[in-house]
Design a protein around this ligand. Structure first.
Ligand SMILES: Nc1ncnc2c1ncn2[C@@H]1O[C@H](COP(=O)(O)OP(=O)(O)O)[C@@H](O)[C@H]1O
Ligand SMILES: [Mg+2]
Length: 346
């Protein structure tokens, strides 16, 4: 089977378990994004796949070959890092050609492969330059080219855009997706940036403390979060999450009438800011605490009793004043109910 299959992988450093019984499957030519906060085990996962670390337990199968204990050079993986790791004294040509030289490919073939790769990455006019004479985006493209020439079975990208400014990050993430589709390559892209994950992924996994909290398309993960961690980690502005006591089907913190079948007790409730609708006849009135105007929309902070919720206003030409009373409505089918202790979606 082509693609990647990871079964029950475990890795500890001393007393710390970084990955525990970790399983994941990735189809050929799929772009999977692994999203999670710093320290959750993203780099360790890529290092295990590429062979820079060895697993304590479990199995890694790439394109039908068991690579778990294989030497890194034989695995047919290529990795790209945040800091590019280019050779500063070499030209762009020599940086891209480096893996081919190591593999003792003929000069003529190296020349044509580097030329083709440079064209793909729009670097053909920069082949004589050194990394210091390039922009950040160009350097990152050289790093991508150096990986591509090896024709890896899987491309592993470890937060490759973190060093770039915001505008260039947006451009590069589109370029990487376009390249991945054009070349047809299996890719794992690791990031802590939820916007990158949502915009780039075919499918994504949300990782925390070495455990997968959810695996799905960006739409599934955003619209149907399986627990309160996933709900809170994804979305800007972030989801409104608050403790609620429900009794007789009615909420105390927010006076919503829930389904009568909901058992009395403590819950965590999640409502996305775009799902609190501004509506003249709405039954829930919030007091305006502040407005963040960001152009296309505004983010309003509204106080409902002891709760402060963020609400999106998509007609931000309206003029508000602090203290304004603003009627709203929340559809019950837009509300996520989570178990207060485990965070699991109910
Ligand atoms: N070589 C190592 N020795 C000891 N601890 C490590 C090593 N590599 C990673 N760790 C620890 O493993 C955890 C996960 O690290 P890492 O995979 O780099 O996370 P991420 O890439 O998601 O930020 C962190 O707590 C980190 O300190
Ligand atoms: Mg990392």
């Amino acid at each position: 089977m082509a693609g990647l299959k990871i079964e029950n992988l475990s890795k500890t450093f001393g007393a710390q378990t970084v990955l525990d019984d970790f399983s994941l499957e990735l189809a050929e030519n799929e772009l999977l994004v692994v999203l999670g906060p710093s320290g959750c085990g993203k780099s360790t996962l890529l290092r295990l796949i590429s062979g820079l670390e060895t697993a304590d337990r479990g199995k890694i199968v790439l394109d039908g070959r068991d690579i778990t204990k294989m030497e890194p050079q034989k695995r047919k993986t290529a990795m790209v890092f945040q800091n590019y790791a280019l050779y500063p004294h070499m030209t762009v040509f020599d940086n891209i050609a480096f893996p081919l030289k190591v593999a003792k490919i003929s000069r003529a073939e190296i020349k044509s492969t580097v030329q083709k790769t440079a064209e793909l990455l729009e670097l053909e006019n920069y082949l004589d330059r050194r990394p210091a004479q390039l922009s950040g985006g160009q350097r990152q493209r050289v790093a991508l080219g150096r990986g591509l020439v090896r024709q890896p079975s899987i491309f592993l990208l470890d937060e490759p855009l973190s060093n770039l400014d915001a505008a260039l990050r947006v451009k590069m993430r589109q370029e990487i997706v376009a390249l991945q589709k054009r070349v047809g390559i299996t890719m794992i892209y690791v990031t802590h940036d939820q916007t990158e994950a949502l915009t780039m992924a075919d499918r994504m996994v949300v990782l925390k403390d070495g455990r997968i909290h959810q695996h799905g398309t960006p739409g599934e993960v955003y619209n149907d979060p399986q627990d309160s961690f996933v709900a809170s980690f994804i979305g800007t502005p972030g989801i409104n999450l608050f403790d609620e006591i429900i009794s007789g089907g009615r909420g105390q913190a927010l006076p919503l009438q829930f389904d009568n079948s909901i058992k009395d007790g403590h819950y965590t409730i999640g409502v996305r800011p775009e799902h609190i609708r501004l509506e003249p006849e709405g039954p829930l009135t919030g007091e305006l605490l502040g407005v963040e105007y960001i152009g296309a929309v505004s983010h309003l902070s509204l106080r409902f009793g002891d709760l402060t919720l963020t609400v999106i206003d998509n007609r931000p030409e309206k003029k508000y004043r602090a203290g304004d009373l603003i009627p709203t409505r929340i559809d019950l089918d837009r509300i996520f109910l989570f178990d207060r202790d485990s965070g699991r979606r109910l």
